[in-house]
Design a protein around this ligand. Sequence first.
Ligand code: FRU
Length: 491
Amino acid sequence: GDYSGALRPQVHFSPPQGFMNDPNGLFKDADGVYHVYYQLNPTEYIAGNQHWGHATTTDGYTFENQPIALFPPNNETFVFSGSAVVDVNNTSGYFPGQDNGVVAIYTLSNSTAQNQNIAFSKDGGYSFEPFEGNPVIDIGSIQFRDPQVFWHPQTESWVMVVVYAAEFSVGIYTSPNLKNWTHASNFSNHGLLGTQYECPNLVEMPVEDSDETMWLMFLSINPGAPLGGSVSQYFPGYFNGTHFEAVDPVARISDFAKDNYAGQFFSGIPGTERRLSIDWASNWQYTNDVPTESEGFRSFMTVFRQNHLKKLPGVGWDLVSSPFNISSQFSQVLASNSSLGNSSILLDYSTLPSGALYFEANVTGLTPTTLSGAINFIISSSISGQNIQGATIPGGATWVSRRNAGWGAENPYFTDKFSSNGVYSGSENGTWTLSGVLDRSILELFVNGGEQSATVTFFPDYPLDTLRIGASDIPEGAAVSVAVWGLKDAW
Ligand code: FRU
């Protein structure tokens, strides 16, 4: 792939060539290599002709493209989304004398059927052979897809969650060997329904400041998101090996902008480690339209995110999601000021080879009665003035706008301003933070270390090269600090 295009993110994954959507089969192997598979159309720049592309990384940012892992079995049937597990104990019987056998579990889809299939890899996930007994689950439906599988040690069983997409239901199945599956229960009609349920994930999550874990059902809907198109939601709850019960009927949306969908969590990472995920950074409403075709690709993923659950006062359970080990990608300090007050920093980063940076602004010394003021940022092109900008109010809302960022007027669904709601707990200890990963044509914004987050793509005509970040109307007694780092050129 040619990763030199001005819109090509440098610390985010994008496919070498063609169209990409959902992350698939995420797992970490025993050598510490993260495997990322993804929905890939290698022959066109629009969705369709689904294969599983494959890339590997040891740090979450520097990727190596690998040969395509799964191919369509014929020219009418495509390889849709799914997951992968390491069959350490050879439960499938396919890996005698091996503890690194990989099993991919995926949907085959054509106009008359969607069913669940598996494929075996004896070489650690690089090449796969389909199981001769496929499909492993077939219920005669054309809307039955996106299996996510994990090992449940308490019941010594594999568990699959898979959607009956048009019935707003997640099926839960169990299996001793990944080949024979028994239906256990359904989780139905929860949260935002949209038009279809897609891409379920059921994961055990660490809880902040506690040794306990909680389960999380992560579920995507498309179309029908509140902001239009596709969106992901989640339900904290309890899982006993066969049934999932949500703590409450609340629908919680994981991202307050429009470019975050079909997230998947890695398997093969011990339950106590903060869980890693990546999401597809696009939206079905306009993904086939965005102007990166001339650079040989369409779509990118979010950065690796680490996730945990936290109970926020007055809000309840919240999924906290932040960039995984981003400091490993810092190339240099571009700016740093620990007593900024009510002023701003202006930074020209036009000579930074990656065009990618990370910024963090903190307000400290706030009290519950002095929650006010704002942190503001604007990142722009010195040539065209095109920009992406936003602000956050301590204890309050955050907004981000791509209104003046260039491409967009061509597609009415590419709406341009997003905001969060409510009051969150960062103010508890008198601090409020805003951080962001800016990478050429994507901005991921995090409030209070990820209590709230927003993923925004944008497509400027000229590279952004100037950052202004600062604070205004911050109350007396509070202090403002800002730091900006350049990110390495990972490609
Ligand atoms: C979600 C989705 C999945 C499906 C895949 C096809 O974005 O529609 O339900 O498996 O994309 O590419």
